[in-house]
Design a protein around this ligand. Structure first.
Ligand code: ADE
Length: 230
């Protein structure tokens, strides 16, 4: 890859990059700042998208227009797979928008009507790099699976059960599938890496800020390790 795009949604998810990337160029577009520079000898361009699918979609398109030829997403998520604990890692095999729902018209939940596909498959090589890094750093605490995205903070056991049983999700967050969708439209390879900040069961308000910092740092550690091995 010639220019590696890296996106996080929140400041916690991106600030460690800011401390390690030698930034040589800044571009502001649509209110988002894109920082370009060197990281472990590679050219990277990173940014903070803001929360939610629209912010992430606009951000991804601009990142690609600025020359990113692959996209890594780093951040936190709510666990859906029962084996996951706080801090554990999910590497996306694919991403689906769980809040896309035209079921009254006979479409499956998550299916985008009349679109080429609704499940966006992550790049095999990037997935393998991320899995290798998570095995090195978080042995036994990571899995590959489906990342579900929607403009909702999931906070109930019932919804978690629904997302697990009907959509086979490993974790829920608010950006990955829109990044994946835009990458797919542009034929740009991507992978989403998420560390669990909560179990999406309604207890997140108790310790979300604390666990978010911890989880975001775990996700960053994988990006750091991946870049060393790319
Ligand atoms: N990001 C972190 N935790 C989340 C949750 N429970 N739902 C959606 N996005 C999240």
């Amino acid at each position: 890859f010639n220019k590696i795009g890296i996106i996080g949604a929140m400041v916690e998810e991106i600030e460690l990059l800011g401390q390690h990337v030698q930034v040589t160029k800044e571009t502001v577009k649509a209110g988002i700042t894109y920082y370009e520079g060197q990281f472990h000898g590679k050219t990277v361009i990173y940014c903070k998208s803001g929360v939610g699918k629209v912010n992430a979609a606009v951000c991804t398109q601009i990142l690609i227009d600025l020359g990113a030829d692959c996209v890594l997403f780093t951040g936190v998520a709510g666990a859906i797979d029962l084996s996951l604990n706080i801090g554990d890692i999910v590497v996306s095999t694919s991403c689906v928008q769980h809040d896309m729902d035209c079921s009254p018209l006979g479409f499956a939940r998550g299916e985008i009507p009349f679109h080429v596909r609704s499940e966006f498959v992550a790049d095999e090589r990037l997935v393998q790099l991320a899995v290798d890094s998570s095995n090195r750093l978080f042995e036994g605490r990571s899995l590959k699976g489906i990342v579900l995205s929607g403009d909702q903070f999931i906070a109930s056991r019932e919804t978690v059960a629904l997302l697990r049983e009907t959509m086979n999700g490993a974790c829920a967050e608010m950006e990955g599938a829109s990044v994946a969708h835009v990458c797919d439209m542009n034929e740009v390879p991507f992978v989403v890496i998420r560390s669990m900040s909560d179990k999406a069961d309604g207890s997140a308000h108790v310790n979300f800020p604390e666990f978010t910092v911890k989880a975001a740092n775990n996700s960053y550690a994988i990006i750091d390790d991946m870049l060393r091995h790319m």
